[in-house]
Every structure is written in structure tokens, then in C-alpha cells.
Design a protein around this ligand. Sequence first.
Ligand code: SD4
Length: 300
Amino acid sequence: SKMTPEREAAYHAGLRRSLEAGRAVLADGGAALDAVTAAVMALEDEPLFNAGRGAVYTSAGKQEMDAAIMDGRDRAAGAIAGICGPRNPILAARAVMEHSGHVFLIGDSALKFCRERGLAFEEASYFYTDARWNALQETLAMRNSGSEDQDESRKHGTVGAVARDRNGHLAAATSTGGMTAKAPGRVGDSPVIGAGTWADNATCAVSGTGHGEIFIRYAAGHEIASLMRYAGKSLEEASRAVVMDMLAPAGGSGGIIAVDHTGAVSLPFNCSGMYRGYVRGDNVLRTAIYDEPMVEFREG
Ligand code: SD4
């Protein structure tokens, strides 16, 4: 799965659609929570990204999706893990937050809850893509021959969004299929509050992508917020300290996107690339792709 120019353009277009979905909510005076929901839904709907449609496969050839959302106003949070069925896993996480009285639901009972809430469901064929299926076969073949899979595209592709609205409220959302050929039942960092997803108006909102086990062990999202809160670091200092100085040496390849209570943005990664972008209220849309310098677009 080499990155062809066509594929790169498609990633770029998907990212822009997501940014536009989030921007439209905020420009309308909407809440950060609704903006991150819309931005992540747009990426789940794209077959290219490893979330919703196009999620990766477990070693048993199933898709098991994880997602979480957090509201920085009161640290309300919702998460689901190990599900396949709801068209938009992020809506399942949000339903858990708003309607279950709990924070985290998993597996078949989570699906039952989603059905009762009336969420849209899809068949397995909707979520299927040749690219992810072939990636599974390649990873399994490599595993059988005892060689290590060096292709990061088979481990990455998680989607996330963070936002600050005009009232200063923060929110974060993350959705993923996890890692190609993961063990059945394995849950990564994305739905773990404080690891792959975190939001608190007092500090920042964070969404992570990368080697989930390490992100969980270092409580990546909460660690960034704590460095701001208790060590007086800026968002950029705190997020780089965690991504570059803690996660990377521990084997935690990946990155995070974050916004703080002042509106500062930080998007560091320690792997070969991470599609990421941001929109500001000043109508300037900036996106960055891979290791390229920031590409800037001016919108209408
Ligand atoms: C996980 N962090 O399940 C996710 C994987 C990932 O892009 O980020 N993929 O560990």
C-alpha cells in the first residue's frame, strides 16, 4: 500500500471535508461537542480512514471498532469498544455519554444499547474495503514467516477531532478500527478516557493516534493536560514532551492533535507522517499532510 499521488489527494480531500464539517458547526455558533462529532463522522464515512467504513481487521478477520467522545465543560465522556454495526461509532460513544448513565460500554451489550437508541446500522459489507482486507492477509503472511511488518499504514489511520467553540468550551472525539491483525477483544487507547481521548476546559482537548498500548500506559491525553496544569507548560511544550520524550522512547509511535483553552493548536507526531489540519475562526483553513510543511488555503 504505497502512497500514490491519487491516494494522497484522496486523504487530503477527506481531511478537508472533515475540517469543513467541523468548521460549519462552529461558524454557526455551535458547540465544540457537535463540531468534533461532525468532523469525526465525516472521516468515518470515508472508506480510506481506519474508522467506521474502512476499519482494519482483527487477526480473525473481523472489524472491532472503538470510539470515545469527551466534553470539556464537565468532563462528561462516552466510549464504546469492540463493536461492528453502527454506521458511525462516534454516535454510539456519544449516545453512551448522553443516555446510558455510564461512560464505557463494550461488545454485544453496547450494540443492543445502540439499537435501542435507534442508531443507524450497516451490514459488514458496508464496512469492507479491499485495501484493509489485503493488508490483513499481508500482515498475517509476514507474521507466519516471522518477519516484522514495517508498513506503518497498516497500524495507523485512526481518526480524531478536537475543537474549541466561541464560548471557550473544548471537546475531543476519536474513532478507530484499532491495529491490523490485532487480537480479537483487544482494545486500544482511542476509547480509553485519559489515554487516546481527553478534554477539560481548564487545560486542553486531545485526540491521539498510534501504538495504543503505549498511549494507554503513559495516559497520553491526561499527561499532556497534567503537564499544563501542574507543571505550567504551554500546550505545545506539554504535547511535545509526551509525544517526543515519553511515547517515542517507549516505542509509542504516533501523534496527537490538541487545542487548549486559549485556542492554541498543537499537532506533533513522532512517526513518518500524520494527516492533520486545523481551521481557525478567521476563515483561514490550514492543512498539513505527511511531513510536508503546512499547506495553507484561503476559503471564500
Ligand atoms: C489503537 N491507536 O487502537 C489505535 C490505532 C491507531 O491509527 O491509531 N491507528 O491502538
